[in-house]
Design a protein around this ligand. Structure first.
Ligand SMILES: [Zn+2]
Length: 320
């Protein structure tokens, strides 16, 4: 095994003397991101039997992903678990039915037939899902949106996205590109975005956006987390963060009027800002919605594990 970080947890012990593969069935799940590949062996019910996370390489991402799946299978074998499927959650625009990633900028992928490749390599039923929508599925099954048929999950990290669940179904759109919440142009004629538009939500409210705007306004090069820690004692931090919260509130106001979600789940690193985020955000969304109640706004229940757990859920579905 060529693992860099291995945290294999012992499987529940049987009575002893069980043949390999006699444990409860498991699936192999990977949340493929631009910086890390978060892998796990997941049991039905979402329990993580073992985890294996590696940095996403600059070069052969596909080769590294296949190796990670093989190594996860080996870990499952050591834990004497029968592997019934595999699932991967990936960013980008994809055809989830056919398992083709049409375009993923941070992986530098175009038209990669991921499902066929993994099925050929692993000889297992394979599911390919969109990372944010897979995370939404996990939040709905085990996390902060449990039991809700109408909710949105908004991960706020380097950028911003959304999983939109309405009447129990996830909205994917005609080209698989639904949920680009971070690129809603909320500020007319605003600052340019890397996507080519101006005034996008994530230009103002994202880990990268807050840090960049603080720096460009004369502040030092600090992470968003450290900028938030200066609130109340640093007027520039107050102003940049205030802009970010206002822009997010405007986006959530639009989303609420369009979709009428029961709950808005905020994830990603920025959601760890706690009261500095939730208190002013709730006030601003309430003020923005003049004639109707606002939905509950809560923090993710699964955090950074949501994508991986969602990939596991998709794998169990593929295995059935
Ligand atoms: Zn944009």
């Amino acid at each position: 095994m060529s693992g860099t970080t291995v945290a294999a947890l012992p499987a529940e012990q049987g009575d002893g003397g069980e043949a390999p593969g006699s444990g409860a069935p498991v699936v192999l799940a990977v949340d493929l991101g631009g910086t890390a590949m978060k892998g796990a062996v997941v049991a039905e019910g979402g329990a993580v039997v073992a985890e294996l996370t590696r940095p996403t390489p600059g070069g052969d991402i596909l080769g590294a992903l296949v190796t990670l799946f093989h190594d996860l299978r080996e870990v499952a074998g050591v834990a004497e678990r029968e592997v019934v499927g595999a699932g991967v959650a990936t960013p980008g625009m994809l055809d989830e039915q056919r398992g083709i990633v049409h375009y993923a900028s941070n992986l530098d992928w175009r038209d990669v037939p991921l499902l066929d490749i993994l099925q050929g390599e692993l000889d297992l039923p394979v599911a390919v899902g969109h990372d944010v929508r897979a995370a939404g599925l996990a939040e709905r099954t085990f996390g902060a949106a449990q039991g809700s048929d109408d909710f949105v999950l908004v991960p706020i990290g380097t950028g911003v996205a959304a999983a939109l669940v309405t009447a129990g179904g996830t909205i994917t759109g005609a080209t698989g590109a639904a949920g680009e919440f971070g690129h809603i142009p909320v500020v007319a004629g605003g600052e340019p975005c890397t996507c080519g538009q101006r005034g996008c939500l994530e230009v103002y409210m994202s880990g990268a956006g807050v840090a960049r705007r603080y720096r460009e306004a004369g502040g030092s090069a600090l992470s968003t987390r450290r900028i938030v820690a200066r609130l109340g004692s640093d007027p520039l931090a107050d102003r940049i963060w205030g802009d970010a919260v206002d822009v997010l509130a405007q986006g959530l106001t639009i989303l609420t009027l369009l979709l009428d979600p029961k709950v808005v789940v905020l994830g990603g690193g920025v959601s760890h800002a706690g009261d500095a985020l939730f208190a002013p955000l709730e006030r601003a969304v309430t003020a923005g919605l003049a004639w109707r109640e606002r939905p509950a706004i809560v923090a993710s229940g699964l955090g950074g594990d949501a994508g991986r757990t969602g990939a596991g859920l998709l794998a169990f579905t593929a295995a059935r």
